[in-house]
Unconditional design. Sequence first.
Length: 180
Amino acid sequence: MSEVVYQSDGPVRLRLERTPVEAAGRKWLQHRLVVQDGADGVVAIVVRDGCLLLVHQYRPAVGESLWELPRGFAEAGDAGADRQSSANRTAAREVREETGLELLGCTSIGWLWADSGVLAGAVSVVLGRADPSAATVGTDEEADDVQWLPVAAVRDAVSRGVIRDGISLAALAIWWARES
């Protein structure tokens, strides 16, 4: 039985739990962080004219702004017929909020655990196509800037540390593995 150690109602709902675990003949207490009541997360790989969409956002946890793929958590209005359609709706909403772009189509291409040692929620990797109109900073005031980076330059941006957000890096690895 889990014990709630800490709970906050926002702006991002958090609950830190401590749970006794027994596995492989060992016992220990494990902490787990439940974000947004365990709602799935989503990260969107948005493609347009041979370029990928990146957003620049300040991340208080690391104390700096990072270039990353658009991402966020599912909300009540994102529910679909199944987990994949819910992820697609969440991706479309997050991209619209962060960049002002409407996705023409999207599909879930994989799932990842952002931190399987501590975080409870899974993250869906969604591949989407953007309409040809220009991206602008969206309405949720999270993104400071947006950029279309040529696909050929993305690997270089990763190797130079321009893109270093773990969720974005994992999503790109899933996408690259499917593309090769």
